[in-house]
Design a binder for this molecule. Structure first.
Ligand SMILES: Nc1ncnc2c1ncn2[C@@H]1O[C@H](COP(=O)(O)OP(=O)(O)OP(=O)(O)O)[C@@H](O)[C@H]1O
Ligand SMILES: [Mg+2]
Length: 210
């Protein structure tokens, strides 16, 4: 049985693809058979894959609301399926939620980004109700500014949604875009802090879903 983890937020540019690609590589490095599913018609994860012919993670594009069905044949061959969510498309978010065991919602520490997650949290909670709490979901802070304290306002604003916040997070670092442009991850780059923060995220996720 594979575990499906979705990285979702209808807000564009929140860090979904960056997290999905890096988490997939991190999980694959731990030895799991990992499949990355690109549900965004923009195809960013597929572009990432195409930029590197030695990419360690297989990527497939499934960007129709029939996602759960379309995924069935593939997921059996993998231990972990990571879904990269699409911006804006509510129907795709609902389809991903339906086929997930765990959902991670990246949120940039800004009030606009926090407010914009309300609709998604509602969809997630509705699903949690009918699955008896089996669906896990948490926020992850994305692109925090290094050497600044995450303001209490951000934590306080997110806590209104009554959804846990992962302890690990990503910080704003140029290595994320730089490595992505070559179809790589932070694990292939020189930035030790970025590697460490990604590994913390991967380990926290593994503990969380097991
Ligand atoms: N931690 C980070 N530090 C610096 N840049 C980042 C970080 N995370 C993401 N980015 C950059 O921010 C931009 C948006 O990130 P990304 O594409 O991952 O977001 P997304 O949620 O997938 O966007 P979309 O909604 O369009 O699919 C990209 O240029 C990416 O390189
Ligand atoms: Mg994306």
């Amino acid at each position: 049985m594979s575990v499906t983890i979705s990285i979702l937020n209808q807000k564009g540019g929140s860090g979904k693809t960056t997290l999905a690609t890096n988490i997939s590589v991190g999980l694959a490095r731990l030895g799991g058979r990992v499949l990355l599913v690109d549900t965004d018609p923009q195809g960013s994860a597929r572009d990432w894959r195409s930029a590197n012919e030695n990419c360690q993670v297989p990527v497939i594009g499934l960007d129709r609301p029939s996602l759960a069905n379309d995924l069935k044949d593939f997921s059996k061959q993998y231990d972990i399926v990571v879904i990269d969510g699409a911006p804006q498309l509510r129907e795709m978010a609902a389809a991903a939620i339906k086929t997930s065991d765990a959902i991670v919602v990246p949120v940039q520490p800004s009030p606009y980004d926090i407010w914009a997650t309300a609709d998604l949290v509602e969809l997630i909670k509705a699903r949690q109700e009918i699955t008896d709490g089996k669906l896990q979901a948490a926020f992850i802070v994305s692109r925090a500014i290094p050497n600044t304290k995450l303001s209490n306002e951000v934590i306080e604003a997110l806590s209104h949604y009554s959804m846990p916040i992962l302890k690990s997070m990503t910080f704003q670092r140029v290595v994320y875009a730089a490595s992505a442009s070559a179809g790589l991850s932070v694990y292939d780059a020189e930035d030790e802090k970025a590697k460490y923060e990604m590994q913390s995220i991967v380990e926290e996720l593994m503990q969380w879903v097991n």
